[in-house]
Design a protein around this ligand. Sequence first.
Ligand code: SF4
Ligand code: SF4
Length: 222
Amino acid sequence: MIVADKKPMEEIIAEIKEYENILVLGCNECVTVCEAGGKKEAGILVSALHMYFLKQGRDVRIDEITLERQCDPEYLEEIHDRIDQYDAVVSLACGVGVQFMAERYHDKPIYPGVNTCFMGATEARGLWTERCQGCGQCILARTGGICPIARCAKRILNGPCGGSTAGKCEINKEIACAWQLIIDRLKALGRFDEYEEIAPIKDWSTDRAGGPRKVIREDVQQ
Ligand code: SF4
Ligand code: SF4
């Protein structure tokens, strides 16, 4: 899932403090799971904003709606009849949802209410860790299911680097060296001989850092 973190209140207030009618728009998918932008968080933000404006002596209308998904045009249509009631929207979706809203409602200011962080997994309540960077050409088959692109600080494809110490990354001693994890995993799988194979140069043109990309699936379109 996409993992996001709440933006500081001061940052949100700085963006919207001049408006009189504000919609806080939650999203029922990833940001709900990571407790940054779902219905619960939207309600908390609305309460906090009410408090702020009351202290300012201002009567600002702040409504809350949570859509099933903000990255899906079908659900964005649900607010079509109401959107003109608002001067601005604070979207608690990931950056994809914020942009989709801005494209659909072109003349409406849309402000992000969360910081989108990464694609990751829930390790424990309140703990999410990165697992994938969307490189577009998955190499997990040869790394024992552990991603050196997302989990090695240097994105090394033939690791570890010389800084790996006692299984920890030289960049942060709290974090496991991804390549140590890969080695341990390949050993556990009885495939350690594959570690000796030098990885070919990766085609980075498919990576998400290479610019906007599209995935077109004709089997789905039919
Ligand atoms: S190899 Fe690429 S697609 Fe596979 S998990 Fe890593 S970043 Fe994601
Ligand atoms: S110590 Fe391991 S995870 Fe850290 S940069 Fe080096 S190879 Fe990558």
